[in-house]
Design a protein around this ligand. Structure first.
Ligand code: GLP
Length: 259
């Protein structure tokens, strides 16, 4: 894991967007793994700015989202499909035929989950996966205790997740109790992962994920197994870390030839 500590949310968002834009520019037919939640909104805003002002071209890219609530249709303003369209898809030139969000209204949930994993493989695998982190250490909707090699599956939401996500709904009773989510194993197959966090409400989860032992009880800690993960956080989210970390990604050494 490479951990980068930035002064504020704006700097996190700019670095994350720059890393995603690099993937798109180097491989126009890339497969993006996308996330919802408050954390990546600034990254999407910066990608939209790059599209409008710098011509960042999404036309050949495809995408797979991490998760979706069971029971919410696309048009529901708290569905993750709606979120993605509102915060990114409708502002850039991505082809909507190439975007994928798990279907919270699927009639046969288990075969839909198997199909989702197969589809990621068919499209060539995830080139870069963006992640937030739950206050309980979850990634996507992989709650504490989820099997480390899990594939896309349905899950019931943790009490902490329901409480954290109540802010998006009218009341706690309106928060769906079930979700579909890529598994931890699915996520770990992405070629590159960036995990973002800001605010001190994430400090305990970040400390456990980055400096704690790898355990299914902290799903984000399993990223320690992944060969190319960058954790980009602000000072508040870094406040419980014991070690000191970089403020910019390390540059690969350049070999000097002897003359
Ligand atoms: C949600 C999502 C996660 C997200 C997390 C944190 O429940 N399923 O993918 O990373 O919680 O959300 P936020 O960024 O709003 O803090």
């Amino acid at each position: 894991m490479e951990v980068i500590v930035k002064p504020d949310y704006d700097q996190i968002s700019k670095l994350a967007a720059r890393m995603i834009a690099d993937v798109i520019r180097n491989k126009p037919r890339c497969v993006l793994g996308l996330a919802t939640g408050g954390t990546p909104v600034g990254t999407y805003k910066e990608l939209i700015r790059m599209h409008e002002e710098e011509g960042l071209d999404f036309s050949q890219a495809s995408s797979f989202n991490l998760d979706e609530y069971v029971g919410l249709e696309h048009a529901h303003d708290q569905s993750y499909w709606y979120f993605m369209n509102d915060n990114l898809f409708k502002h850039v030139n991505i082809n909507l035929a190439n975007v994928h969000v798990p279907d919270g209204k699927a009639l046969d949930i288990e075969s839909h989950c198997r199909w989702y994993d197969e589809e990621i493989r068919k499209w060539g695998g995830l080139d870069i996966q963006i992640l937030g982190i739950g206050g309980n250490g979850h990634i996507a909707f992989n709650e504490p205790g989820t099997a480390i090699w899990s594939r896309t599956h349905w899950t019931s939401l943790d009490e902490r997740t329901i409480a954290d996500n109540t802010r998006f709904f009218k009341s706690v009773n309106d928060v769906p109790r079930y979700a579909l989510t890529m598994g931890i194993g699915t996520i770990l197959e992405a070629r590159k992962i960036i995990m973002l966090a800001n605010k001190d409400s994430k400090a305990d989860a970040i400390a456990a994920a980055v400096e704690g032992a790898v355990t299914a009880m902290v799903p984000a800690s399993t990223l320690q197994f992944h060969p190319d993960t960058t954790v980009i956080i602000d000072k508040a989210a870094a406040s419980k870390l014991k070690r000191t970390y970089r403020t910019e990604p390390a540059k690969a050494p350049v070999a000097k030839r002897k003359r």
